[in-house]
Design a binder for this molecule. Structure first.
Ligand code: HEC
Ligand code: HEC
Ligand code: HEC
Ligand code: HEC
Length: 256
């Protein structure tokens, strides 16, 4: 709904702007064209239709959503209508520090973050779908099925942090989130840092994307990967929920 509405609004903006000088029209149009608010042809489009935004691409599966969701026979109990095999090991080492008040739960079972780690752990195959189309398990270009096949220590891509957030590779399950922003913990108005004033009250703080932080960025008051990322929208790379220019994403929650 939101996306469709924003899209219509954008068309209107572009149409109205036809009366403006050509250069402005061009600028507005290029911004409009450049901000495709869709998963299609983003790095999360693993279908045959992707025109090359990522090398993890199927050679025979043309559906986009199927790599993550299915309308029927999804994994029982796994929301939202999840179609992608989950990591066999759900426990990850999590960030800790002397000043951290929250207690991140290292077992991601049942969390939305585990959905991300079902590809970003580096070792779980991205074509391991539960409800396949008529092509069966999708075949992948170059047989690349795991992020850890490219991003591993010693590879030519090793100096880039890359998409291998969980840091598993070559069959080695690393499950390392200790150098990543903490996730899978409660952030509610009772959080000690809200009382101290160094974190905003999530129930009243505007998210900047409509609604409060609790409504738009937390999942029953739990902070997840999707608190900062929107896996469907590449507009604010890399799949950020909102622009982080001037650290505006960070400052949505942190009062620094
Ligand atoms: C790369 C994986 C991936 C792909 C591809 C993907 N999604 Fe999702 N989707 C997710 C994840 C993870 C969530 C839950 C976390 C969140 O909402 O950020 C989600 C949530 C949703 C939700 C519920 C929450 C919301 O945002 O409304 C809907 C509906 C949805 N997806 C539809 C789709 C459709 C339709 C497609 C294909 C056009 C699609 N998704 C493609 C990963 C994906
Ligand atoms: C079906 C597998 C799959 C799932 C599930 C998935 N991703 Fe990805 N993700 C990928 C692939 C493949 C890439 C592209 C890697 C590359 O080309 O280097 C990627 C890239 C990314 C990037 C980098 C984008 C960029 O512009 O460089 C981010 C950020 C990201 N994913 C976040 C997430 C988050 C957050 C979730 C869960 C909400 C998630 N992903 C779920 C497969 C997945
Ligand atoms: C507190 C906000 C926040 C949370 C939570 C978060 N991310 Fe990110 N993520 C970012 C920002 C900002 C960037 C871009 C800057 C960077 O690359 O460090 C990013 C970058 C990435 C990238 C691209 C890395 C690269 O260098 O190309 C991936 C993949 C990713 N995140 C996945 C995840 C996954 C998976 C989770 C959950 C385990 C997660 N993120 C949780 C904010 C967050
Ligand atoms: C959705 C809300 C939210 C967003 C967005 C967010 N954070 Fe956080 N962040 C938190 C919460 C809550 C904690 C846990 C604080 C605690 O318990 O001490 C935290 C923890 C941290 C910590 C660890 C603090 C410690 O004491 O060790 C750092 C550093 C941090 N965030 C930086 C960032 C940066 C940088 C960004 C932007 C890229 C960001 N955060 C975005 C909510 C958020």
């Amino acid at each position: 709904m939101n996306r469709a509405f924003a899209f219509t609004a954008n068309i209107k903006t572009a149409a109205t702007s036809m009366r403006l000088p050509t250069i402005v029209v061009g600028m507005i149009f290029s911004v409009w064209m450049g901000t495709a608010q869709t998963v299609v042809n983003s790095k999360h489009d693993l279908s045959t239709g992707n025109t090359g935004t990522t090398q993890w691409q199927s050679t025979n599966e043309s559906q986009v959503c199927i790599f993550c969701h299915t309308p029927h026979k999804s994994i029982p109990g796994v929301k939202p209508l999840w179609n992608k095999s989950l990591p066999s090991n759900t426990t990850f080492s999590v960030y800790s520090s002397p000043t951290l008040d929250a207690t991140p739960n290292p077992n991601l079972a049942g969390s939305y973050s585990l959905l991300c780690l079902s590809c970003h752990d580096g070792v779980t195959a991205m074509n391991a779908l539960v409800n396949t189309s008529t092509v069966g398990q999708p075949a992948m270009a170059g047989n690349y099925t795991k992020l850890g096949q490219v991003y591993y220590p010693g590879s030519i891509f090793a100096e880039f942090p890359g998409a291998n957030i969980g840091e598993g590779y070559g069959g080695v399950i690393s499950n390392n989130l200790s150098n990543d922003h903490p996730i899978n913990f409660v952030y509610d108005p009772a959080h000690p840092d809200v009382t101290k004033g160094t974190l905003h009250n999530p129930d009243t703080q505007p998210s900047g994307i409509g609604g409060t932080v609790s409504q738009k960025m937390l999942y029953d008051h739990v902070l997840e990967c999707s608190s900062c990322h929107n896996p469907h929208n590449p507009t604010h790379a890399p799949f950020l929920k909102k622009s982080n220019s001037n650290s505006s994403l960070c400052l949505t929650c942190h009062n620094k």
